[in-house]
Design a protein around this ligand. Structure first.
Ligand code: CA2
Length: 155
């Protein structure tokens, strides 16, 4: 039996407040709603869905994903604009990484235009609210499949 596809979806600071504060910017859905949507989009894949307000914890989870995941979706939230530590951790991964945002940071304040994650991401999905996550999960699963096929061909 082949190994199951394991997809990590990591969420950065303040995303636990989704649906509770600033619905005009981030929508009415809660993070639990987003998790359910990701699970539906992931089908049979094993979904590991987590949120943390702490940079080091996110770094630990990225390192964990290095050992266990077939692909990683990350909404780094504010740390995407600031965290070299997160970038350094992401750089160690060989699995596909998809960056995901609810809003479109490029259409917002200037300080949101820089992303430390984008240079190591296979792609970025932003601006579609919770639908960004659905698209990101689908993209990550496709990339994981291609990544595995390429690895199988090389043995
Ligand atoms: O659009 C996104 O997904 C962001 O990653 C969200 C971050 C922001 O810093 C990025 O520029 C874009 C902020 C997450 C904060 O989430 C909240 C949710 C509800 C209420 C308050 C904050």
């Amino acid at each position: 039996m082949p190994d199951p596809t394991v997809l990590y979806v990591l969420n950065g600071p303040n995303l636990n407040l989704l649906g509770v504060r600033e619905p005009d910017v981030y929508g009415h859905e809660t993070l639990d709603d987003v998790q359910a949507l990701c699970q539906r989009a992931a089908g049979d894949a094993v979904l590991v869905f987590r949120q943390s307000n702490h940079e080091g914890e996110l770094v630990d989870w990225v390192q964990e994903a290095r050992e266990r995941a077939s692909a990683l979706v990350i909404n780094p939230a504010g740390y995407g604009h600031t965290s070299v530590a997160l970038l350094d951790a992401l750089r160690t991964l060989t699995i596909p990484i998809v960056e995901c945002h609810l809003s479109n940071p490029a259409a917002r304040e200037r300080f949101r235009h820089r992303s430390y994650v984008s240079p190591v991401a296979a792609g970025v999905v932003s601006g579609f609210g919770s639908f960004s996550y659905e698209l990101a999960v689908k993209a990550a699963l496709r990339l994981a499949q291609e990544h595995r096929a390429a690895a199988d061909r090389s043995v």
